[in-house]
Design a protein around this ligand. Structure first.
Ligand SMILES: Nc1ncnc2c1ncn2[C@@H]1O[C@H](COP(=O)(O)OP(=O)(O)OP(=O)(O)O)[C@@H](O)[C@H]1O
Ligand SMILES: [Mg+2]
Length: 252
């Protein structure tokens, strides 16, 4: 459903993502993990078309979307739940959802909105509440609901659990598993690697903008040094060594 090849994204001299490859099938969750600054958000935003790429290609359900803008990608079935949620804080729940469905016809948007309310009854009870006045968990539900307004085939989620209580994280995780079962292909960026591995079908680990490991959650868990090396705060040097080793391997 989503095929990313050699995606490269730079900001001036900073290489945020370098030759990143990943693919997600319909009905699958791919967890994209790595330490702060690894390039997760850049990869997500480049996939959605919000960040310009300097190389690589992005295929959405067999269509090459590499040169299309975010609006066009949304129309073709891609949606993002961005880091920090980026809701319209002064607008109501209902209005936020309506904005999410701006590419759709009125009846299709209405149907998608009712579906979002069915998925999150807490939002349905708060249709006219101002988004900025809701709890963090409710705001995350709204951010997911807004992304679902395009009835996406591919859903990109940047930091699902950040700042949420365990019970709300459970609810959000259960929801994305439901969405996956409905056939959506999901890319999940998570700081909370344990939680991500619980729901993921596949895992890609980024470090310094590069893919340093990819496999099933079991394979990642079986690697005793994984957390310390790629996720731990003291893993910086180990990551750099690994990246250098990979670069040498590629060029030799
Ligand atoms: N708009 C920007 N301008 C310049 N550099 C940027 C910009 N956005 C990101 N970067 C840099 O690109 C690199 C990757 O950042 P990115 O936000 O993609 O990482 P991340 O894995 O999402 O990190 P975090 O876990 O902290 O959210 C970092 O070195 C960051 O400083
Ligand atoms: Mg990020």
């Amino acid at each position: 459903m989503l095929e990313i090849e050699d995606l490269t994204c730079t900001y001036g001299s900073v290489v945020a993502a370098s030759q990143v490859c990943l693919s997600v099938k319909a009905g699958e969750i791919l967890a994209l993990v790595g330490s702060n600054g690894a390039g997760k958000t850049s990869t997500i935003m480049a996939t959605m078309g919000h960040v310009r790429i300097t190389g690589g290609s992005i295929m959405l359900d067999g269509v090459d979307v590499t040169r299309l803008g975010p609006r066009h990608r949304a129309r073709l079935g891609m949606a993002v739940v961005p880091e920090g949620r980026r809701l319209f804080a002064d607008m109501t729940v209902d209005e936020n959802l309506t904005v999410g469905g701006y590419t759709r016809t009125k009846p299709a948007a209405r149907q998608a909105r009712e579906r979002a309310y069915a998925l999150f009854p807490r939002l349905a009870e708060r249709r006219r509440q101002i988004a900025g006045s809701m709890s963090g968990g409710e705001q995350q539900m709204l951010a997911i609901g807004r992304a679902l307004m395009v009835s996406p085939k591919v859903l990109l989620i940047d930091e699902l659990s950040l700042g949420l209580m365990p019970k709300i994280i459970d609810l959000c995780m259960e929801t994305i598993v439901r969405l996956k079962r409905e056939g959506i292909a999901i890319v999940l960026v998570e700081q909370n690697t344990d939680r991500a591995l619980e729901v993921a079908d596949a895992v890609v680990v980024l470090a310094s903008g590069r893919v340093v490991k990819a496999g099933t959650p079991e394979m990642i868990r079986a690697d005793d040094t994984f957390f310390q090396t790629y996720i731990g705060l003291d893993g910086g040097q180990a990551v750099r060594n690994q990246v250098e080793a990979n670069v040498e391997q590629r060029s030799s």
